[in-house]
Design a protein around this ligand. Structure first.
Ligand SMILES: [Zn+2]
Length: 288
């Protein structure tokens, strides 16, 4: 399969999980899996709340609870947006149960969302009362220059063809508007142990060090801002550990960490040492 970002056919395999192999484009450093699920297959999985045959998405009520717990983190995106655009129309792609469009609305934006997972869509509509669309961006056919802000938070790795999505983003964002995109960036030297859970099959793409420049340049965006986080600081916090996930074993471990005094600090210190050379960085990009 040619690289989605730069078109070269070379692909260097890194490691495998769940029958998928993660590899890297030697030219633009886009990371993507093989085999790549077909678009229609992905849509069916999303609508049914299942990925890659076995994994299921979180129940919508749990997702809502987790989003509420992370309100402070999610409001970071509203702060970033307001550095560039005050007010206007905001589209949040992959909005989950709707926390970000709801926050955007409270900060004076005219907000709407897209959510393809049926259960989350229903909750988002009910909780926010905002327009939440149930079809992929490319199928919605928004008029040119419709939006001042478009956000994709932890969505990039799920896209079936990111290059098509970037083209569509360029078309629907008005001049002076921005795209806020948060996703994992992988640097060279990555190891399987650098991520708690790769969820290959559910995650199809990861950016490399120089992939975003490539995507942005191709459609005429420039990178206005880029903020990198360290994976340990993101995942091993009290707040994050209070979020209930899909694995019973992991939830039990989280419960112990929450209740034993000092356990989170110890875990963080251990993980900092273990992941000193971690090559995965959650990164927020602002494109304009
Ligand atoms: Zn490439």
């Amino acid at each position: 399969m040619p690289c989605d970002a730069c078109g070269v056919m070379d692909w260097e395999p890194l490691f495998s999980q769940h029958g998928y192999t993660l590899g890297r484009c030697p030219k633009c450093s886009l990371h993507y899996i093989d085999p790549m699920p077909e678009h229609d297959e992905r849509m069916t999985e999303l609508e049914g709340g299942h990925f890659a045959g076995t994994r299921s998405t979180l129940q919508a009520d749990r997702q809502l609870d987790n989003e509420r717990k992370s309100e402070a983190r999610i409001s970071e995106f509203v702060e970033i947006a307001s550095d560039h655009v005050v007010g206007g129309r905001w589209l949040d792609i992959g909005c989950g149960t709707g926390m970000l469009p709801d926050l955007a609305r409270r900060h004076g934006y005219k907000a709407e969302g897209i959510e393809l997972t049926a259960a989350r869509l229903a909750v988002a509509r009910q909780v926010t009362g905002l327009p939440i669309h149930d079809r992929p961006l490319e199928a919605l056919g928004f008029p040119d220059e419709s939006f001042d802000v478009v956000s994709l938070i932890n969505v990039f790795s799920h896209l079936t063809k990111p290059s098509e999505t970037f083209k569509e983003l360029r078309r629907i964002v008005r001049p002076g508007g921005i795209v806020i995109l948060k996703t994992a960036v992988i640097e060279s030297g990555v190891k399987k142990s650098h991520m708690f859970s790769w969820s290959l099959g559910e995650h199809l793409y990861f950016l490399g060090e120089s992939t975003m420049e490539r995507y942005a340049e191709d459609v005429g965006f420039s990178i206005a801002d880029q903020r990198r986080e360290w994976v340990v600081d993101v995942y091993y916090t009290k707040q994050r550990l209070s979020a209930v996930g899909g694995s019973a074993k992991r939830n039990a471990a989280k419960a112990i960490l929450r209740t034993v005094p000092g356990a989170v600090s110890v875990l963080r210190a251990v993980m900092r040492r273990a992941q000193r050379d971690n090559a995965v960085y959650p990164t927020v990009f602002v494109l304009s």
